[in-house]
Design a protein around this ligand. Structure first.
Ligand code: SF4
Ligand code: SF4
Length: 164
């Protein structure tokens, strides 16, 4: 199932779903070889996303990738593997997410591969601080719709269910 979904996706590597990737003890030499900088986030050893070894949508070090990358299966992939979501439906969700990312990057003039969230957060703060926040949001209605779509897809399809 990985082959049917992941090569067109990379949402778990490009910073859309996660801010960092966990590193396990003993992977220091591997990280150095791959040019991945080990940092600590929320008390967890990791490297930051978007991953510098990602050339969207593909991992450039796939055969040598760290343990988290080898074992991570997002909720969507797990559901396809369990047979509760069919491959075509999952591919449609991936395509919709990727299209939203492309439009958000274009609207915000972000470079290829950039994680959209920091720029989206900055925009939302600017809109909230505008003299007429409603008019300001209306001007960016298409972009905000894409942001809402991407957030919804990430939460409802790719990430594990959150506790109520
Ligand atoms: S987010 Fe899921 S489907 Fe996409 S690359 Fe990661 S594991 Fe594969
Ligand atoms: S090493 Fe490869 S699989 Fe792991 S986060 Fe980077 S691009 Fe993704």
């Amino acid at each position: 199932m990985v082959a049917a979904l992941c090569p067109t996706c990379s949402l778990c590597c490009n910073g859309v779903l996660h801010r960092w990737t966990r590193v396990f003890p003993g992977e220091e030499a591997l990280l150095e070889r791959l040019g991945l900088e080990k940092v600590v986030r929320d008390g967890t050893p990791c490297f930051d996303q978007p991953c510098p070894r990602l050339a969207e949508p593909l991992c450039t070090v796939y055969a040598d990738r760290p343990r988290t990358c080898r074992t991570y299966h997002c909720a969507l992939l797990q559901k396809v593997e369990a047979g509760t979501v069919d491959v075509a439906a999952a591919q449609r969700d991936i395509a919709a997410a990727r299209a939203a990312i492309d439009r958000i990057r274009a609207a915000l003039s972000l470079p290829a591969g950039a994680t959209p969230w920091p720029a989206v957060t900055a925009l939302l703060e600017a809109l909230a601080a505008a003299p007429d926040p409603i008019a300001a949001r209306r001007k960016h209605a298409k972009l905000l719709a894409d942001v809402a779509t991407l957030e919804l897809l990430a939460r409802a399809r790719f990430l594990p269910p959150q506790p109520p």
